[in-house]
Design a protein around this ligand. Structure first.
Ligand SMILES: [Zn+2]
Length: 97
């Protein structure tokens, strides 16, 4: 049996995923699901570093004005520039250094 974090690592080594896509893949539902996955990704960033790999982040982007957020392990709620909540989630992938 693989742990949830091991499953996420396996997925992120194959291609990039957003937090919502990971929640669907792992069948994690409900209010706290994004936070659970974001916490896992933060832990995974450290785990893979020890293996000589790196967590790649494609930053979130505002779909209204095009503002690009900092590449961080979080899902922003609204755009600081135009206040829109229409946000393209960041995408994560595990790559080689
Ligand atoms: Zn915006």
């Amino acid at each position: 049996m693989m742990t949830r974090r091991q499953k996420i690592i396996k997925l992120l080594e194959e291609r990039d995923y957003s937090v919502s896509e990971l929640a669907l893949m792992l069948e994690i539902r409900g209010k706290g699901s994004k936070k659970i996955i974001l916490d896992d990704i933060k832990a995974i960033a450290n785990v893979v570093k020890r293996e000589g790999k790196i967590l790649l982040i494609q930053p979130a982007q505002c779909k209204k004005c095009g503002f690009i957020f900092k590449p961080e392990i979080k899902v922003p709620g609204r755009c600081p520039k135009c206040k829109s909540e229409w946000i393209e989630e960041p995408r994560f992938k595990i790559g080689l250094k």
